[in-house]
Design a protein around this ligand. Structure first.
Ligand SMILES: NC(=O)c1ccc[n+]([C@@H]2O[C@H](COP(=O)([O-])OP(=O)(O)OC[C@H]3O[C@@H](n4cnc5c(N)ncnc54)[C@H](OP(=O)(O)O)[C@@H]3O)[C@@H](O)[C@H]2O)c1
Length: 292
């Protein structure tokens, strides 16, 4: 495939709450920060260039969070892309903090979420955030209280659309009683299918599903991936992304990278179509791994 044919447009579109339509292959901006998702990147110019190239390649959905860096990923997005192209959707998150390298602490209290969104608006240089996601339910805070706060912020005009992350179906149903939910972001890949039932639920209810960590692991998975990749003269990452795109029309993968080469490779998956038997074989990896 020539460089000109590499475009996120090939993945088709997915709707966010019937309000915004984005190409179904986005970009995850977590890996642009320093090691351990902490501090500035080693190569700031390189990180800015990767973000700009992602948009050139048709990406119009970028995922980030206040905790990536913390603050660093959002600042890089603004540095690279502000003033933003009209169709660019930035989805950020709050409620899960990063007090040090590789460390996470919960705070999805109403007070914290209100403060967090002000910080994200400032760093992203926006008056309103298109998609704001609760990063993870906080075990020490009522889930309803966290979601109600996002609903209030939406009524105040600071958030356009609300999403959830790291949730069960029960969480989604409880949240939808308070505010429309346009997206759910959970860990998911062809070899990591704990949230299959959530994907199906999202498909039935027109909610976008944003899988993170799209390249599944494990020996059986790697063998099958490599074989399918060879048959298409593609890479295993491209096959893993193509499986996700084929899994459901509401799937919106956000592969993340700090490397220009990996970015182009990942976007190159947008137009890869797997044969039915390849799709089925990859889907069965989970059963094979259990059996043996
Ligand atoms: N909601 C949540 O709790 C949550 C959790 C984790 C992530 N996320 C979001 O999901 C996005 C993706 O998740 P992720 O970063 O964990 O997983 P990922 O996209 O699968 O990336 C994982 C690693 O794969 C490498 N990589 C990327 N493309 C590659 C390629 N073509 N070939 C070989 N290696 C490649 C990257 O390193 P290089 O930089 O070297 O390419 C990166 O370190 C994140 O950016 C973030 O926005 C959300």
């Amino acid at each position: 495939m020539s460089k000109l044919e590499v475009s996120a447009v090939g993945a088709g579109n997915v709707s966010l709450g019937g309000e915004i339509s984005v190409h179904r292959l986005g970009f995850g901006a977590m890996r642009l920060t320093g090691e351990g998702i902490w501090g500035p990147p080693k190569d700031r110019k390189g990180a800015v260039a990767v973000l700009r190239r992602a948009v050139e390649l048709g990406v119009n959905f970028i995922d980030t969070a206040d905790s990536y860096g913390p603050g660093v990923s959002e600042e890089l997005i603004a540095e690279a892309l502000f003033p933003y192209p009209e169709d660019l959707v930035i989805a950020t998150k709050g409620g899960w903090n990063r007090p040090g390298p590789d460390q996470w602490t919960h705070d999805a209290s109403p007070e914290h979420l209100r403060k967090a969104i002000e910080g994200s608006l400032k760093r992203l240089r926006l008056d309103r955030i298109d998609v704001y996601q609760l990063h993870i339910p906080d075990p020490a805070v009522s889930f309803e209280a966290s979601v109600e706060t996002l609903a209030e912020l939406q009524r105040e005009g600071k958030i356009r659309l609300v999403g959830l992350s790291n949730v069960t179906r029960e969480h989604i149903e409880r949240a939808r009683k308070i505010v429309p939910i346009v997206s759910v972001q959970n860990r998911y890949s062809f070899a990591d299918r704990e949230w299959d039932y959530v994907v199906d639920y999202c498909e039935r209810n027109g909610i976008a599903f944003i899988p993170w960590f799209p390249l599944g692991a494990g020996r059986v998975a790697a063998e099958i991936l490599n074989r399918v990749a060879e048959a298409h003269q593609k890479t295993s990452m491209q096959v893993a992304l193509a499986w996700l795109l084929q899994r459901s029309p509401i799937m919106l993968p956000i592969p993340g990278t700090s490397s220009m080469e990996h970015l182009e490779e990942n976007i190159g998956a947008a137009s890869l179509k797997l044969k039915q038997e390849e799709y089925r074989e990859l889907s069965a990896v989970v059963e094979l791994a259990k059996a043996g």
